[in-house]
Design a protein around this ligand. Structure first.
Ligand code: NAD
Length: 283
């Protein structure tokens, strides 16, 4: 058996075209990204996000602060952006330098401008099953599953990884769609016993090729969120040999990655709807 590849690009392009239409209809959407320091990976991510935002007509500002920026300085900047009526959406690129408490900065964001969906209010709304701004990567995964009409209601879904950025919101989105969800993590015993039962398996770990073909349920849907830089280039968390067992598989690169950026832009549109009162933010 050879799995059907679920590529992200065509779905992402469609989402981005819709965002461009929305931006044109709205007139102005202001997005400010804040990068503190010059971490090369973060620099690449910020550039990609900007290019995509500008291409969709979003008024994007790429704010760069020095590595030695203090927590107080960053918090003051966030508060300024929170209060700026021209700014719909704010993204503070993580990780932040060690002198800055990330949780404090995330809590300082106006929840309705928190385009990444990391603020406790947005995380809590998702937990309650009343999503507001939801992290882009798991939203992108849901769009990929829907594109291929993957049946989620009653399905056994296994998420490997429990980060606040991917694993946990992913599990909640699947739960909301009535999947029976298991979250596996670094302390899970006998991981394969769980993954082998998964109708839908989402790997968000950061360990190259850790999901081997013998861990995949024949015919199952496998979503590889992992992006790992190795000597052989970018690889996922799933061994490509899993394509011989799975029914569907996302490639790396070209799978979930493009979806993340497209869904981030969608979130910026949502932020603008909150700011303009077109959608009510639950505060
Ligand atoms: P993280 O390091 O915050 O979390 C990793 C999770 O994996 C942890 O919850 C940990 O418990 C679990 N884990 C670690 N080792 C394990 C093991 N041996 N068995 C089972 N679970 C284990 O990472 P993250 O931010 O959630 O990102 C995960 C991966 O997804 C990374 O490769 C990251 O680069 C990638 N990522 C991709 C996108 C995208 O757009 N495609 C977006 C965000 C993150």
């Amino acid at each position: 058996m050879s799995a059907t590849l679920i590529t992200g690009k065509p779905i992402a392009e469609r989402i981005r075209a819709q965002v461009a239409e929305d931006v044109a209809a709205i007139g102005h959407i202001g997005l400010v990204t804040v990068l503190v320091g010059d971490d090369p990976a973060s620099d690449v991510y910020i550039r990609l996000k900007h290019k995509a935002a500008v291409a969709a007509g979003i008024d994007a500002t790429d704010l760069r602060l020095l590595e030695e920026t203090s927590e107080a300085e960053l918090l003051a900047k966030v508060e300024e952006l929170d209060a700026d009526p021209q700014v719909d959406a704010i993204l503070v690129q993580l990780p932040l330098p060690k002198q800055i408490d990330e949780a404090k900065v995330i809590r300082a964001l106006a929840p309705a401008k928190d385009v990444d969906g990391f603020h406790p209010i947005n995380a809590g709304q998702l937990y309650l099953g009343e999503p507001t701004l939801v992290p882009a990567t798991p939203r992108g995964v849901m769009a990929m599953l829907d594109e291929h009409d993957v049946e989620l209601s009653g399905a056994r879904a296994v998420v490997i990884g429990r980060s606040a950025i991917v694993g946990k919101p992913m599990a909640h989105l699947l739960l909301q769609r009535n999947a029976t969800v298991t979250i596996c993590h670094s302390r899970t015993r006998d991981l394969a016993q769980h993954t082998l039962a998964a109708d839908v398996l989402v790997a968000a770990v950061g360990v190259p090729g850790m999901v081997t073909p013998d861990m995949v349920k024949p015919g199952g849907v496998v979503i590889d969120v992992g992006i790992n830089r190795t000597e052989d280039g970018l690889v996922g968390d799933v061994d490509p040999g899993a394509a011989e067992v799975a029914g569907y598989l996302t490639p790396v690169p070209g799978g979930v990655g493009p979806m993340t950026i497209a869904c981030l832009l969608e979130n910026a549109v949502r932020c603008s709807r909150y700011r303009r009162g077109e959608l009510a933010f639950p505060l």
